[in-house]
Design a protein around this ligand. Structure first.
Ligand code: NAG
Ligand code: NAG
Ligand code: NAG
Ligand code: NAG
Ligand code: NAG
Length: 435
């Protein structure tokens, strides 16, 4: 199938509705506590890393003061273990008084004052996964209203200790309850992860109508094995998952662990690139107070972020899986551009992979390609064979512009032009944001 045709087919089928709260037209970006900080509530011995308002304010300061916010990283999300073990005397959830003495609303205002947004966590069962009070069916309306009263901007609804019947009622009910508060609150559903992630149990049409994003698969851990395992699942099931995604409705392969302990620099680039291809939410779970400049440069890569945030919101696919261990991924982007990703599963040495854009089904023409991680640009005809050298567990990622058409500007060579001229700065060029 030709990509032009392929793209058209997508555009036609991609008319399914998204949750109508106007939020998350591109994948949400920010910071989320869970992977790096888990359920560390030991503030006496680990004051800097325990789940407390200080941790979230520290991360907010870093996002706001170190330029992350301008790149799009605006959510600061609390995960499990934030609450008191008891509801208050009016039955409402309340934060642990020792660790959140200012309360959640004050924290939300601290973030809003800095142009950031606050996310919070709850669970469909009697208890959260960490053993804190859950939000079962009879508490849904009350808790949604409590979060809105606190001026929360996003809510992740986990599924521990709930059964399929409760989930079937609870996830749509929470969507309605959040809407009824009148406050736009981004809604992350863990429902499909508890149903095995695939049809017939999971109905992705319905999910897209009630949730802004959803976790389909297991939690990420701080290791390359975990990243690979997630990537394998998402691309083995791409025929089901890619049509489910679109503006306002995203598959969530879980947090970015770049800047933690488990990934090499190559692997960190791979996670960033693969998450960009997948149109995945970009929630970092790391320590922004001490993160290395190497990890920062990957997370701050403007071109990778722009690919992730492309307005069309079409999730990319794996298009080649070679016996050599090289895989090629492709994502269509706005302005008829695309992203190409060459990924190596090899563990020996850099592999020199030879192909051409026409072998990858690009239409006839001359393209400009821009290397996302080295900033090199080149022109390439569809028929030209090229070689990319892909490091073990690493990637080479390209932004590929639309093919150049007949260039009148060049043809007339400075002569007088009449009427509309094809402008190669528009279509066959690298967007300014990258340069
Ligand atoms: C290119 O298109 C052909 C014919 O439809 C198809 O068999 C092949 O898998 C495609 N190749 C890629 C890389 O998508
Ligand atoms: C609630 O849903 C209605 C109808 O789908 C929509 O127009 C409105 O913007 C939603 N409000 C919020 C706060 O999400
Ligand atoms: C699911 O949980 C509810 C509430 O605990 C219970 O009433 C119901 O019987 C359970 N259903 C199944 C199928 O286990
Ligand atoms: C999936 O959900 C959609 C929208 O809610 C509904 O119209 C459709 O019937 C459901 N499909 C199945 C197989 O249940
Ligand atoms: C994309 O390509 C199509 C078909 O070649 C063309 O009609 C359209 O104008 C192009 N869009 C942009 C934004 O370049």
């Amino acid at each position: 199938m030709h990509f032009a045709v392929f793209f058209f087919a997508f555009a036609l089928t991609g008319t399914t509705l998204a949750l109508d709260n106007g939020l998350m037209r591109t994948p949400p970006m920010g910071w989320l506590a869970w992977e790096r900080y888990r359920c560390d509530i030991d503030c006496e011995n680990d004051p800097k890393n325990c789940i407390s308002e200080n941790l979230f304010m520290d991360m907010a300061d870093r996002l706001a003061e170190d330029g992350w916010k301008e790149l799009g990283y605006v959510y600061v999300n609390i995960d499990d273990c934030w609450s008191s073990k008891q509801r208050d005397d009016q039955g409402r959830l309340q934060p642990d008084p020792k660790r959140f003495p200012g309360g959640i609303q004050k924290l939300a205002r601290y973030l809003h004052d800095r142009g950031l947004k606050l996310g919070i966590y709850g669970d469909m069962g009697k208890l959260t996964c960490g053993g804190y009070p859950g939000t079962p069916l009879d508490k849904i309306e009350l808790d949604a209203q409590t979060f809105a009263d606190w001026e929360v901007d996003m809510f992740k609804y986990d599924g521990c200790y709930s059964n399929a019947t409760e989930q079937e009622q609870g996830y749509p009910l929470m969507s309605k309850a959040l809407n009824a508060t009148g406050r736009p609150i981004g809604y992350s559903c863990s429902w499909p992860a508890y149903q095995g992630g695939l049809p017939p149990k999971v109905n992705y049409t319905q999910l897209g109508e009630i949730c802004n994003l959803w976790r389909n698969y297991g939690d990420i851990q701080d290791s390359w094995d975990s990243v690979l395992n997630i990537v394998d699942w998402f691309f083995e099931n791409q025929d089901v998952l890619t049509p489910a995604a679109g503006p306002g409705r995203w598959n969530d392969p879980d947090m970015l662990i770049i800047g933690d302990f488990g990934l090499s620099m190559e692997q960190s680039r791979s996670q960033m690139a693969l998450w960009a291809i997948m149109a995945a939410p970009l929630f970092m779970s790391n320590d922004l107070r001490t993160i290395s400049s190497g990890a920062q440069s990957i997370l701050r890569n403007k071109m990778a972020i722009s690919i992730n945030q492309d307005a069309l919101g079409i999730q990319g696919r794996r298009i080649v899986k070679e016996k050599s261990g090289i895989e090629v991924f492709w994502r269509p982007l706005s302005k008829n551009a695309s992203a190409l990703l060459f990924f190596s599963r090899r563990t020996d040495m850099p592999y020199r992979y030879t192909t051409s854009l026409s072998k990858l089904n690009y239409t006839t023409g001359s393209y400009k390609v821009f290397n996302v991680f080295t900033d090199e640009a080149a022109s390439l005809k569809d028929s030209t064979e090229f070689v990319v050298s892909v490091n073990p567990t690493g990637v080479v990622m390209w932004y590929v512009s639309a093919p150049a058409k007949f260039n009148l500007r060049q043809f007339y060579q400075g002569g007088t032009l009449h009427g509309r001229v094809y402008d190669d700065r528009e279509e066959n060029a690298i967007p300014r944001v990258f340069l």
